[in-house]
Design a protein around this ligand. Structure first.
Ligand code: NAD
Ligand code: WQD
Length: 381
């Protein structure tokens, strides 16, 4: 029997978050996946492993057709070049077309974004406009967008509801905010066509429990969890510099809302399912942090709603890995805010989203990935 799967284009599916989203789409049984990635910060091996995990999860006796439906068609290309996106939609016209897009690909380093802003605007904004334009050309109007809690900047209150003011403090954050605005304006321009959901991620961490896919940034990780994981396999022997212990938080270190990557990825499958539901857009109002002009656009926080300090995370990773971390308190990092935690109520109510995996599972899975792949994907293909 022909597969009932809808084709979803995931930009940047070889990356950390994209690979887990691709896996959840395949495991849902509802979607097949095509991607475009320039491997700026990722490796093709990740895509092969996603397919392998999904195929291993098929029931015994699954047909070759069922297995084939789990292969990810990958275009090596750059989404800041419009013709490279166009080619994909053109190729799929004769194959039932692309049903929807999850736009994940972006540059994401806060510090770097201030040094090379033009590159960030080109990669994150021009690329988003290119994508929307090509989607319009091929009449593909379903979009889920990878946004970030960074759009809230330093929020006036925690936990943060979606209606909190959007005041990003970095160039990177502004590219996420502007992309949301552009997508919203496009939705407002044609409410009978476009439907888009932005998902504002808090701090994704962990890996698929197989230990086959995980976060493998090129160069020294800027984020806490991959840094701790790499330290536990012997990298960066100088130890962890903790950026400040004089914040107004329970132990003085910054508090963040760490969410297991599998919970986050599953949220995208829920968002794809929610896109056609008119009622979720009716209550938009100020819910995205900016007003609506009646388009079908909605933003949701994806977080656990629970804060963990830097010291909590060091302790949890120490338990998971058995590695005794060397730490040193240094000055505050520019741009850090004391606390960022999500109010996940809207996603829970309207998407039936629930971040169910706990801190122990997150650190165990992070360590399982790192210890199985001490050098990441490179040299392991
Ligand atoms: P990542 O770097 O691991 O993945 C991004 C992927 O996109 C990579 O495979 C990269 O090669 C690809 N890519 C980048 N620019 C491209 C281009 N011009 N053309 C084609 N491919 C391109 O990053 P990630 O952590 O998986 O983040 C994914 C998304 O989630 C980004 O949009 C990011 O802004 C957002 N986000 C990430 C976090 C986080 O903490 N990781 C938090 C909030 C939001
Ligand atoms: C977590 C905590 C640091 C490293 C970033 C982006 C955000 C989003 C998620 C994309 C902070 C502390 C870290 C170290 C430390 N990404 N830390 N020593 O800053 O909450 O969020 O990733 O959208 O936009 O800003 O995450 O993992 O960098 O830091 O003490 O060597 O760990 O100060 O309190 P952050 P992080």
């Amino acid at each position: 029997m022909a597969s009932p799967r809808k084709t979803v284009l995931i930009t940047g599916a070889a990356g950390y978050i994209g690979s887990h989203i691709a896996l959840c789409c395949l495991l849902s049984g509802k979607y097949s996946v095509v991607t475009i990635d320039n491997f700026h910060n990722s490796f093709p091996t990740a895509l092969e492993r996603v397919t392998k995990i999904a195929q291993d999860a098929l029931p015994a006796g699954a047909s070759d057709e069922d297995k084939k439906a789990l292969e990810i068609k990958c275009y090596r290309g750059d989404i800041s070049i419009k013709s490279e996106i166009d080619q994909i939609f053109k190729d799929y016209e004769g194959k039932g077309g692309i049903w929807g897009v999850i736009h994940v690909a972006a540059l994401k380093a806060v510090g770097e974004s201030g040094e090379i802003p033009i590159k960030y605007y080109e990669n994150n904004i021009t690329a988003t406009i290119n994508l929307l334009d090509v989607m319009d050309k091929y009449k593909v109007y379903n979009l889920v967008y990878s946004s970030s809690a960074t759009v809230y900047g330093a929020p006036p209150q925690c936990p943060i509801p979606e209606s909190s003011p959007l005041q990003p403090e970095s160039c990177y954050g502004r590219t996420k905010f502007m992309s949301e605005l552009i997508i919203k304006d496009v939705c407002d321009s044609a409410p009978d066509k476009w439907r888009a959901i932005s998902l504002r991620y808090f701090n994704p961490a962990g890996a698929h429990p197989s230990g086959q896919i995980g976060e493998d940034p090129r160069g020294r990780p800027g984020n806490l969890l991959p840094l701790l994981a790499q330290m536990a396999v012997g990298k960066f022997p100088e130890g962890l510099k903790i950026f400040g212990n004089d914040y107004d938080t329970p132990d003085g270190t910054c508090v963040r809302d760490y969410i297991h990557i599998m919970d986050l990825a599953e949220g995208h499958v829920l968002a794809l399912a929610a896109l056609p539901r008119d009622e979720i857009y009716a209550a938009q109002g100020q819910a995205a942090g900016f007003g609506s002009s009646g388009g079908k656009y909605k933003a949701y926080n994806l977080g656990k709603g629970k804060g963990m300090s830097v010291l909590n995370m060091v302790d949890a990773m120490q338990k998971a890995s058995g590695f005794k971390y060397k730490t040193e308190i240094v000055g505050r990092r520019t741009g850090d805010v004391p606390e960022l935690t999500a109010d996940p109520a809207l996603a829970e109510k309207e998407l039936e989203f629930k971040a169910k995996r706990d801190l122990e599972a997150m650190c165990r899975d992070q360590w399982n990935w790192q210890s199985n792949n001490p050098k990441g994907y490179e040299n392991q293909a």
